[in-house]
Design a protein around this ligand. Structure first.
Ligand SMILES: Cc1ncc(COP(=O)(O)O)c(C=O)c1O
Length: 362
């Protein structure tokens, strides 16, 4: 059986370094926040081209705290994609705002300046672009639009650790970038974890206060609304071991994607994902009109796949909205994620391509 994801294999590969790092944490006295978290925050912010990093409890919390830190709240609307994980829109609800879903581009599968503009109303306060499957959204266009319309941008980078847009790190765009370190992410830990990156010292200070009961200046006095959403030292130590491996792992994903692309070109009914030099292929998601039958046929041949995301968010009871999103609907019905994590896909791409050729024909 070829798995779709197996984060335990990445942990196993770096187990000696991880064990040593965990040994230090367990013998120390800081299990939540503290020096190990500060080390990781600084290293990750620098890696993604930002000045400040704030480690929090999850990717959803990272989005919600970033929105809150930028004063997005009740009465506001936030434009985002419906073709994403529920956490993106849950974060918007959590701050008391309302998600408004913009259509995605059929090729990049991301929202665009044009589709966002069409979803803006007088209540719109923010844009949350999602770099779906590690493919960069048009951040030049989206940040230009946001400046023109007086909106803030919080990028959902949960699937785009280490991605680039041209020469620039993708995480350096927008007022804030929110990351998840869920175990299966390109950079993942062994529990829940997340981070907000920013270049704004005022936002950095607000986030540090928001994540810890509204405290500030090292004083345990609640000065404002606050939460308990802190990255812990165990996760930070593991992430610090894995961060230097991220570039190589992303290169590996790009090579696997290129092999898929060569092998799958011309197979009947299969649509290939967008290609971008700086993409990091969190998923390699093909399209097929009979997606569910294809997934079953691959499963029968021992190849596990995954569906991201069905139903799209505008059909979830929590986020229901009326606007028609035909491109999102079609993609949600047709997308199928093939194994792309180096730990599961290495050595198997040719076999998976052969299985697909056998099922689909040329
Ligand atoms: C695009 C996207 N946004 C948000 C999240 C939420 O992250 P978390 O599960 O860490 O809360 C995830 C991942 O799960 C995600 O893939």
């Amino acid at each position: 059986m070829i798995a779709q994801a197996a984060p335990q294999r990445r942990i196993a590969r770096f187990r000696p370094e991880i064990d040593a790092a965990l040994g230090e944490i367990l013998s120390g006295s800081h299990y939540i926040l503290g020096p190990a978290v500060e080390r990781f925050e600084a290293a990750f912010a620098a890696h993604e081209g930002r000045s400040y990093g704030v480690g929090v409890g999850s990717g959803t919390d990272a989005l919600a705290l970033a929105l809150r830190g930028l004063d997005v709240g009740p009465g506001d609307e936030v434009v985002t994609a419906a073709l994403t994980f529920a956490g993106t829109a849950q974060a918007i609800l959590q701050v008391g705002a309302v998600p408004r879903f913009a259509e995605v581009d059929p090729w990049t599968r991301c929202i665009t300046p044009e589709t966002v503009e069409a979803a803006i109303t007088p209540r719109t306060a923010a844009i949350v672009p999602v770099h779906l499957f590690g493919h960069p959204s048009d951040m030049e266009g989206l940040t230009t639009l946001a400046r023109r319309r007086g909106l803030v941008v919080v990028a959902d980078c949960a699937q785009s650790h280490g991605a680039r847009l041209g020469d620039r790190m993708l995480g350096s765009y927008g007022d804030a970038a929110a990351y998840s370190f869920y175990p299966t992410k390109n950079l993942g830990c062994v529990g829940d974890g997340g981070a907000v990156l920013t270049s704004d010292p005022t936002l950095d200070a607000r986030l540090r206060s928001l994540r810890e009961y509204g405290f500030s200046d090292g004083v345990r006095v609640s000065r404002a609304l606050g939460f308990n959403s802190r990255l812990d030292a165990v996760q930070a130590a593991i992430l610090t071991v894995l961060l230097p491996q991220l570039a190589e792992q992303n290169r590996h994903r790009r090579n696997l994607a290129a092999s898929y692309r060569r092998g799958l070109a011309g197979l009947a009914g299969i649509g290939l994902p967008p290609d971008a030099e700086g993409a990091v292929y969190h998923q390699f998601a093909i399209t097929h009109a009979a997606r569910d039958d294809l997934a079953t046929a691959l499963g029968d041949r021992g190849i596990r796949t995954a569906v991201h995301y069905q139903p799209p968010l505008h059909h979830h009871p929590a986020f229901r909205s009326d606007g028609a999103l035909p491109v999102t609907e079609r993609l949600a019905a047709n997308l199928l994620s093939l194994p792309i994590q180096p730990e599961v896909a290495e050595g198997h791409v040719a076999g998976i391509v052969a299985a697909l050729a056998g099922i689909c024909g040329r």
